[in-house]
Write a protein that binds this ligand. Structure first.
Ligand SMILES: [Zn+2]
Ligand SMILES: [Zn+2]
Length: 396
C-alpha cells in the first residue's frame, strides 16, 4: 500500500492552505505561484544554517505535494470538510480512535484506516460506528452471529455416456473473497479514495423524514464501503468482489438427466463464525449423443429401414451403447414408426439393473433408383394398383 504514503501526514492537524498562504479555493495556478515563491525564499541553498527556514521549506514542500496535486487535494479537502463537521479532530467526538491505537501521532491517519479495512474485522466500521452511532452495534451483531454460508450455483456440461455412468467433474467456483487487484476497495490501484460524499463516510444513509419511520440503508454511492474512488478497479469494475476461484471435485451421479439440478450439501460458500457452509447447486447439461437418445432409464435409437425390409420382414443389426451390436427381427408388415424393445441394453438404473433400448424404425424413401430397381417397383405398382389407400379421406 505504498501509494497511500502521503496519508501518513497528519492531515487533521495540518492546514496546507495556511502553510502556502493561499485561500482554500485558490486556483491551481495561484497555489503553484505561492509554492514557488515560498520555496525560493526558504530554500536551504540560499539560507545555509537557517534551521527555521529549512523547516518552513519542508512544510511548504509537504503542503504542495498534497494541494498541488488535483487528486490529492480533493481527497484532502473532503477529509478536512468531514473533520470540520465533527468527524476526526482530537477531542471532537472522535473518542473511538483519538487515543485508541490508530496512528499514534494524535491525528487521524487514513493509511491506518485503509489497512484496518483489509484486516479481519472492526476497522473502519467500528470507527465510524463510534462517530455516527448505531453503526457499531449493527456491525458487531453481524460480525459475531454464526451465519450459514451462501448457496452457490454452478453448472457442468458432461458427455452422454458420462451422464449414464456418473462422473467426477472439476468445477471452478468464484468466491466471495475480496478482489485480489484492489483488496476489495473497488478502486484502481494507485489512485486515492475520498470519503464518500453521499453518506459522509457512514456507509449508510437514512431515508424518510426521520423519526419512527426513518429507514437506514446501505449507501448507494459507496455500497457501504465508506470510501469512493474516482477510477474503478479494472479487475472488479468497482464492485470490490473477487474473481478469485476455487476448484472442487463434484461427483455427478449415474443416470443424471439433461437440465437436472444437483445439490451438493456443504460445498457452497464457507460459513461465518462457525456457521455451516452453504450448498452447491450444479445445473447439469448433457451433450446429446450422435446416435442414442434417452428416455428415463431407457435408451432410444432411430433405425433407418427400407420399405422392403418392413414389408417383407428382415433381420437387421443395430448398435448398442458400449456393447456389441444386436440383431433386431423386423416382422413382415411392420408399420413405419414402430418401436421395438431390446431388453437390458439401456441406461443403468439406480438399483444397478439396466433399462431397455427402444429402437424405432423409420422407413427411408430412396432419392434415386437405378434401372433394375425402377422396373421392380413399377411391377410392384402394377401388382397393387387399385388398392384403396386414400378412400377414408373422402368419407363424409
Ligand atoms: Zn457512501
Ligand atoms: Zn478490484
Amino acid at each position: 500500500m505504498a501509494e497511500n504514503e502521503s496519508f501518513r501526514n497528519d492531515w487533521a492537524t495540518k492546514d496546507f492552505y495556511q502553510v502556502l498562504g493561499v485561500a482554500k479555493d485558490a486556483s491551481a495556478a495561484d497555489i503553484k505561484k505561492a509554492y514557488r515563491k515560498l520555496a525560493r525564499e526558504n530554500h536551504p541553498d540560499s539560507n545555509p544554517g537557517d534551521d527555521a527556514k529549512h523547516e518552513t521549506f519542508k512544510a511548504v514542500a509537504e503542503a504542495y505535494d498534497v494541494v498541488g496535486d488535483e487528486a490529492k487535494r480533493s481527497t484532502y479537502d473532503e477529509f478536512r470538510s468531514l473533520q470540520s463537521r465533527g468527524g476526526f479532530g482530537p477531542g471532537m467526538g472522535g473518542g473511538g480512535f483519538s487515543g485508541g491505537g490508530f496512528g499514534g501521532g494524535g491525528g487521524f491517519n487514513l493509511d491506518d484506516l485503509l489497512r484496518e479495512r483489509g484486516g479481519a474485522g472492526g476497522g473502519i466500521g467500528d470507527m465510524f460506528g463510534d462517530l455516527f452511532g448505531g453503526g457499531r452495534a449493527r456491525g458487531q451483531q453481524q460480525a459475531s452471529r454464526p451465519r450459514r454460508g451462501a448457496d452457490v450455483e454452478s453448472s457442468a456440461t458432461i458427455g452422454f455416456t458420462d451422464a449414464l455412468d456418473g462422473v467426477t467433474v472439476s468445477l471452478r467456483l468464484t468466491s466471495d473473497a475480496a478482489c485480489p487487484t484492489c483488496q476489495g476497495t473497488g478502486g484502481k490501484p494507485g489512485t486515492r479514495p475520498h470519503i464518500c460524499p453521499e453518506c459522509e463516510g457512514a456507509g449508510f444513509v437514512v431515508s424518510g423524514s426521520g423519526g419512527a419511520f426513518a429507514m437506514q440503508e446501505t449507501c448507494p454511492r459507496c455500497g457501504g464501503r465508506q470510501l469512493v474512488y474516482d477510477e474503478a478497479c479494472p479487475t472488479c469494475h468497482g464492485s470490490g468482489r473477487g474473481t478469485s476461484a476455487r476448484t472442487i471435485q463434484a461427483r455427478i451421479p449415474a443416470g443424471v438427466k439433461d437440465g437436472a439440478r444437483i445439490r451438493l450439501k456443504g460445498k457452497g460458500a464457507p460459513g461465518e463464525n462457525g456457521g455451516p457452509a452453504g450448498d452447491l447447486f450444479v445445473k447439469v447439461k448433457v451433450t446429446p449423443h450422435r446416435v442414442f437418445g434417452r428416455k428415463d432409464d431407457n435408451l432410444t435409437i432411430d433405425v433407418p429401414v427400407s420399405f422392403d425390409e418392413v414389408a417383407l420382414g428382415a433381420e437387421i443389426k443395430i448398435p448398442t451403447l458400449g456393447g456389441a451390436p444386436v440383431t433386431l427381427k423386423i416382422p413382415a408388415g411392420t408399420p413405419n414408426g414402430r418401436t421395438f424393445r431390446v431388453r437390458g441394453k439401456g441406461a443403468t438404473k439406480r438399483d444397478g439393473s439396466k433399462g431397455d433400448l427402444l429402437a424405432t424404425v423409420e422407413v427411408q424413401v430412396p432419392a434415386s433408383l437405378d434401372q433394375t430397381a425402377r422396373e421392380a417397383l413399377e411391377s410392384y405398382r402394377a401388382a397393387t394398383a387399385g388398392k384403396p389407400l386414400r378412400v377414408g379421406l373422402f368419407e363424409a
